[in-house]
Design a protein around this ligand. Structure first.
Ligand code: HAM
Length: 446
């Protein structure tokens, strides 16, 4: 019944064919990841999982749906992410026993990790918690190249009590060194690590006041966004990309002049270790990041190939975040890589990572699907990537299909071959054809 209704709905607007409903498209800002591109995503994810293990990080999976308040209290109500870009809605109670609440699709994963840290009393576990995540995030931004409404992040967080060493600048340096190694391992060249310290809460209060004071005299010459930010969140003025505003911003007070002694020493030590381990960085005192929870070290890795959306990843410290979510003191630091952008950079430098099938099995003649299925099973058990053809295909069609789908070899399975145990194996690259015994096929194609 429902199907019929749906079909009719479609046919109203479709003049051409009464019974053809309009095709449904993916939602704006979301996209399908199709093969062979998905192979590059898998290569990236396998490489990062292996690297995370080397640095002793373990996976955490938190829900995509969270209480809206979580992001209001962590990322911050005045940020673009929370004030403009959330997918949030009121989820009304369905039964008396339930409470209604405002839900949100997560725009990032640090808040969820810290919520989980508090909810599961993870500070009772020994040492520092070193966790990583890979998954979708949602922001209702204006879509463009490298910017989507559903995008993917690969992130990690190190969090724990100060007594476990969570505040140490060596943790910051270790995380940054891991990221440099990761980009190098993936073969991404030409990245820049931009580094800043946004100080602690007290420093930022003093800096904010100084900024507000300096902005008073000049803000009327700036763009509309800056005029609004000057009132709601003056730090955000430093993010402005409008060319005419740049000379004004360059003359505003600098965060580095407002760091207290412990923050200054902490930042100096991070830089010292990075230099000692050979990770190059560029100081950028305008780097303030778009989320409110940051303290001290803040960073981004940028890449020229990405254009306007040039941050491959971003992160920093968030020493007061746990407390602001009702948890114990638990300083932390982390980052999130934009996986869409990482894959884009990789594809630009080395194309797709897709691996074609090793063998296309071509069953020749009626009844041969059975023998082909047996052979496919044997070969796959030996680690050979097999595409299975169909006995209704003529040999010519089988060979064409094998070539079109980029298989490396075609294996012909006809009655004679099965009876004799000798199979015709054609190298589709060179055109050379040889006869191989059943037991020798796997070795020959590998
Ligand atoms: P973020 O800078 O908001 O930080 O996002 C991290 C990365 O996600 C960005 O550098 C970018 O590559 C990618 N990204 C962000 N928005 C989009 C989008 N609309 N489309 C495609 N990619 C996007 C965070 O999310 C923090 N939670 C990072 C962090 C972890 N800080 C501490 N721990």
């Amino acid at each position: 019944m429902q199907t019929i209704q749906l079909l009719n709905m479609g046919s109203h607007s479709s003049q051409k064919n009464q019974f053809m409903p309009n095709p449904i498209k993916s939602v704006r800002g979301t996209r399908d990841l199709l093969p062979p591109e998905t192979e590059t995503w898998n290569v990236v994810e396998s490489a990062v999982r292996a690297l995370f293990r080397l640095y002793n990080f373990q996976e955490i999976r938190t829900p995509i749906l969270e209480d809206l308040q979580l992001f209001q209290r962590s990322v911050g109500e005045e940020t673009d992410i929370v004030s403009k870009e959330m997918f949030a809605w009121e989820d009304r109670a369905r039964a008396q026993s339930e409470k209604g609440q405002w839900l949100a699709l997560r725009p990032e994963n640090t808040a969820g990790v810290v919520r989980a840290y508090i909810e599961h009393k993870m500070w009772e576990r020994p040492g520092l918690q070193r966790v990583y995540y890979i998954g979708p995030q949602f922001r209702r931004e204006r879509p463009q190249r490298g910017r989507y409404r559903q995008f993917y992040q690969i992130g990690a967080e190190v969090i724990g009590p100060s007594s476990a060493g969570s505040e140490s600048p060596s943790v910051d340096a270790e995380v940054l060194e891991m990221l440099a190694s990761l980009l190098d391992k993936l073969g991404i060249q030409g990245w820049t690590l931009e580094l800043n310290s946004v100080g602690c809460a007290g420093d930022r209060l003093r800096y904010n006041e100084a900024l507000q004071k300096a902005l008073k005299d000049v803000v009327h010459k700036m763009c509309a966004d800056c005029q609004r930010r000057a009132v709601t969140n003056p730090l955000r003025v430093l993010d402005c990309k409008v060319p005419e505003d740049q000379p004004i911003i360059e003359k505003l007070p600098r965060m580095s002049d407002y760091l207290d002694e412990p923050c200054r020493a902490h930042f100096a030590e991070v830089q010292k270790i990075l230099t000692a381990v050979g990770v190059p960085f560029k100081l950028n005192n305008r780097l303030v990041r778009g989320l409110d929870y940051y303290t001290r070290t803040a960073f981004e890795f940028t890449h020229g190939a990405l254009g306007a959306q040039n941050a491959v990843l971003g992160g920093g410290r968030y020493d007061g975040l746990s407390e602001s979510l009702g948890g114990p003191q638990a300083p932390g630091i982390g980052f999130a890589i934009g996986e869409d952008r990482l894959v884009m950079t990789l594809q630009e430098s080395s194309g797709t990572a897709a691996r074609p099938a090793d063998v296309y099995i071509a069953p020749l003649g009626a009844g041969m699907n059975l023998a082909a299925a047996q052979l496919a099973r044997e070969l796959r058990r030996q680690g050979v990537i097999v595409t299975l053809g169909d006995e209704t295909f003529k040999l010519k069609k089988s060979l064409e299909t094998a070539s079109k789908t980029s298989a490396r070899f075609a294996l012909i399975v006809g009655e004679n071959e099965v009876n004799s145990g000798q199979f015709a194996l054609k190298n589709l690259g060179t055109g050379e054809q040889v006869s191989v015994a059943r037991e020798g096929i796997a070795a020959k194609v590998k």
